[in-house]
Design a protein around this ligand. Structure first.
Ligand SMILES: NC(=O)c1ccc[n+]([C@@H]2O[C@H](COP(=O)([O-])OP(=O)(O)OC[C@H]3O[C@@H](n4cnc5c(N)ncnc54)[C@H](OP(=O)(O)O)[C@@H]3O)[C@@H](O)[C@H]2O)c1
Length: 263
């Protein structure tokens, strides 16, 4: 798909990865970008249109659809992470909020804008997923669950929208150097690099983006078991059923079909 001259909407476009997506779209020649944010962002570039958009608010979404009838690219970037374990959390509040934003909010955006994308020739819809869409990091178990739900949803939306010619792209990354991962002392990919890989995928018509493939392959392979970080909190892991490394078929995450296909 040609991004030059296109019109895009980026959710959570005010900071972090969303801001990098906005810049990458500008660099690729987008004509107009709606910068979705919970609080109206200040913009200086005339190609940027601030848009009040909380993706968990049905009225905001309806107003956005009315205003953004000209988009042919939707980037569902907005997301939350509370670092809550599944059993150890004091309540299920964080788990519910993560599902509300990462899964239901993103699904609501896909449903609301599917007709707009259709009327504008199909276009592209990008959902910002994570490596923890594929395995549960006990340090933030409920976030992993929400990203797994978002991944499954993305796969279903892709099939449903194929007939209208919409490219549905899932983007997977490990830690990204934004506010969300500020407390994590681990290697991180630059948000600009994630955005650049995603733009390349839209142009090439690719449905899956492993945004930091080298990191994923080495880091995930090293972590085939839950382990403790220096701060004592469990880090990325993948449990084998018996608790023995490699005892489960496909327990090495580098055997993930995506990594094997794309390496
Ligand atoms: N950082 C990582 O390590 C990492 C790794 C893999 C995937 N991801 C995913 O990448 C995406 C971007 O994350 P980030 O790293 O840029 O995080 P971030 O720095 O915390 O930024 C999150 C963005 O989402 C917005 N947002 C949150 N809830 C929203 C809602 N209900 N409606 C609209 N906007 C909302 C935030 O808006 P406010 O400014 O109003 O809070 C902010 O713009 C997320 O989907 C995240 O899950 C991040």
């Amino acid at each position: 798909m040609n991004i030059n001259g296109s019109v895009a909407l980026v959710t959570g476009g005010n900071r972090g990865l969303g801001k990098a997506y906005v810049q990458a779209l500008l660099d690729a020649g987008a004509r107009k970008i709606y910068v979705g944010a919970r609080h109206l962002p200040e913009v200086t570039d005339p190609r940027l249109q601030p848009l009040k958009l909380d993706i968990t608010d049905a009225r905001d979404i309806a107003a956005a659809v009315e205003k953004c009838q000209d988009i042919n690219i939707l980037i569902n970037n907005a997301g939350v992470w509370y670092g809550s374990p599944l059993i150890g959390a004091a309540s299920m509040d964080s788990a519910r909020k993560e599902m509300e934003t990462n899964y239901f909010g993103t699904l609501a955006m896909c449903r609301a804008f599917a007709p707009t994308l259709k009327q504008n020739g199909g276009g592209a819809l990008v959902n910002m997923l994570s490596v923890v869409s594929w395995f549960t990091n006990p340090f933030g178990g409920s976030y992993s669950v929400s990203k797994a739900a978002e991944w499954a949803m993305t796969n279903g939306v892709r099939i449903e929208l194929r007939a209208q010619g919409t490219l549905v792209v899932g983007v997977y990354a490990g830690y990204i150097d934004t506010d969300m991962a500020a407390s994590i002392n681990e290697p991180k990919v630059r948000p600009e690099d994630v955005a650049a890989r995603t733009i390349e995928a839209i142009i090439a018509g690719d449905e899956e983006v492993l945004a930091d493939q080298k990191y994923l392959q080495t880091s995930l392979a090293e972590r085939s078991e839950p382990r403790l970080t220096p701060t004592g909190t469990p880090s990325i892991g993948r449990c084998s059923r018996s608790g023995t490394a490699g005892s489960r078929k496909h327990s090495n995450p580098t055997n993930h079909p995506l990594l094997m296909t794309l390496s």
